[in-house]
Design a binder for this molecule. Structure first.
Ligand SMILES: *[C@@H]1O[C@H](CO)[C@@H](O)[C@H](O)[C@H]1NC(C)=O
Ligand SMILES: *[C@@H]1O[C@H](CO)[C@@H](O)[C@H](O)[C@H]1NC(C)=O
Ligand SMILES: *[C@@H]1O[C@H](CO)[C@@H](O)[C@H](O)[C@H]1NC(C)=O
Ligand SMILES: *[C@@H]1O[C@H](CO)[C@@H](O)[C@H](O)[C@H]1NC(C)=O
Ligand SMILES: *[C@@H]1O[C@H](CO)[C@@H](O)[C@H](O)[C@H]1NC(C)=O
Length: 429
């Protein structure tokens, strides 16, 4: 009962109207929204989440800042418009926006290599090797969307500071600044594809991802006018977590048909509500946690990572995880056949959430923020897989911000090492 009352209270202060928030600039309301969305969304049980949400009310806001409380910048704020673009483009593919399916108007050429499997999916955009960073926009601003203390920096600055590089293995590395002590924000990256797409198959091959107390990395995508264009969080977690979480945030009307993993045909488990609407859920959305204990963080890194494949088609949106040792041959061959992959970790069926009404014109994003309304809010919490001991206990530092600012060496593992990101579209023939 107490849980229910708390939940209603959080819903009462929840809103998706940014102007409402700026009119009422009380940090308390804003923080309640932050905590409501991120903490409910992302922790083990509702009671646990709500307790954390209330702890979240005490998070300090930076005075005078006009923060949005959602993960998204407005699409005009980072130059995200348009498709095609990237120097890494394999073709001049453009995505059709018309309803029912994902199509390319200019089919990509067949990928080179030993593809021996027939697949309707063709590479439309490929980011890998020495040209990995071509075709991404670098956000050059503080993390204003999730209240993190990351300072996102532009490409030249990141290169000069060795925050990004293509390493000797040919992989793209995206680090967090490891300067021992900083007084304000710690440098990090947030990059967004210039290419936009509606439907498709997005395959990330990562060798390493950021991990450790204070970190909050994500590989995700979103559309215009959040939450109207939808948000798909493909890979996300905080601190020492070892199990990935996939989450949708949408306009009102997108739900999941069941909370039962068997009915959803998934290996993961639903964390909170089946309602994916940001407005209905105090921005929580609908999240599914992977059951694989090596699907995120240090445990993922220990196995040299693996592949995340997100299928967005007429059947809905599903996310598959394959550890490095079990990557299907059809993926390696650039001829993916999702129907052969077995159960996904997460699945959001089209039956109760139209994948082309609630999601369109997405761009894919990598970021690593620090603290903020998830990693910071759960700093003193334990119990989520990978987090047997809270970060407060493990570091002996009372707040996430103090730890992040005072201990740069702790961020030596806070890096993405990405072999490739490939975005496939259905061939039109
Ligand atoms: C982005 O669009 C919003 C709404 O149209 C507008 O208020 C804002 O000034 C724009 N921002 C930039 C950086 O153009
Ligand atoms: C390619 O397909 C042929 C015919 O199905 C098969 O005999 C051959 O072993 C396959 N080669 C590879 C590398 O999978
Ligand atoms: C679950 O997914 C598997 C693999 O795609 C499929 O073979 C099976 O028919 C699905 N089961 C249900 C109940 O949808
Ligand atoms: C989606 O992208 C298409 C193609 O670039 C564009 O014509 C359309 O206006 C976009 N829709 C929205 C709502 O931004
Ligand atoms: C920095 O953090 C690491 C990892 O938590 C820890 O081992 C180390 O003792 C910390 N150093 C200082 C000076 O606090």
């Amino acid at each position: 009962m107490r849980i229910r009352l708390l939940f209603l209270l959080l819903l009462t202060v929840g809103t998706s109207d940014a102007t409402f928030l700026s009119r009422r600039s009380e940090s308390l309301i804003r923080t309640a929204n932050n905590a409501g969305r991120h903490v409910i969304k992302r922790s083990a049980g509702l009671a646990h989440n709500l307790r954390l949400a209330y702890n979240g009310l005490r998070i300090q806001q930076q005075p005078g800042s006009a923060k949005m409380y959602c993960v998204n910048l407005p699409s005009n704020a980072t130059g995200l418009t348009g498709g095609g673009g990237g120097g890494a483009a394999v073709s001049s593919s453009t995505v059709s926006q018309s309803g029912g399916g994902s199509t390319v108007t200019a089919p990509a050429p067949s990928p080179s290599g030993s593809a021996n499997v027939s697949s309707p999916w063709k590479v439309a955009q490929s980011y890998q090797g020495s040209t990995f960073f071509d075709g991404w926009d670098f956000t050059n601003a503080a993390d204003v969307t999730t209240d993190g203390i990351a300072q996102y920096i532009d490409q030249n600055t990141a290169q000069s500071a060795n925050i990004i590089e293509i390493n000797s293995a040919g992989n793209a590395v995206m680090r967090v600044e490891t300067t021992p002590q900083v007084t304000g924000n710690r440098q990090s990256i947030r990059i967004t594809t210039q290419y936009s797409y509606t439907g498709g198959l997005i395959i990330l091959d990562a060798v390493h991802m950021p991990t450790g107390c204070g970190t909050w990395p994500a590989f995700w995508s979103n559309g215009p006018n959040w939450p109207v264009g939808g948000e798909i969080d493909m890979v996300e977690g905080v601190n020492d977590y070892t199990n990935n979480q996939a989450t949708l945030h949408t306009d009102v009307g997108c739900t999941m048909p069941s909370s039962d993993p068997a009915a959803l045909n998934i290996t993961g488990t639903l964390i909170g509500t089946t309602d994916c609407s940001a407005a209905d859920t105090g921005n929580a959305g609908c999240g599914i946690r992977a059951s694989q204990t090596n699907s995120f963080g240090a445990a993922f890194n220990d196995i040299n990572g693996g592949v995340y494949a997100t299928l967005w088609d007429n059947a809905g949106i599903s996310v598959f995880f394959f550890p490095r040792s079990a990557i299907p041959a059809d993926i390696t061959a650039d001829a993916p056949q999702p129907s052969t992959w077995g159960q996904p970790m997460a699945n959001f069926p089209a039956s109760t959430c139209s994948p082309f009404k609630f999601f369109y014109n997405h761009t894919a994003i990598f970021d690593t923020t620090l603290c903020g309304v998830w990693a910071g809010a759960v700093w003193s919490a334990a119990g989520v897989p990978g987090q047997d001991q809270s970060c407060a206990q493990r570091t002996g530092v009372a707040t996430c911000e103090d730890f992040v600012r005072s201990n740069g060496t702790a961020f030596s593992e806070a890096y993405w090492e990405v072999a490739s990101v490939k975005i496939y579209q259905m061939s039109s023939d």
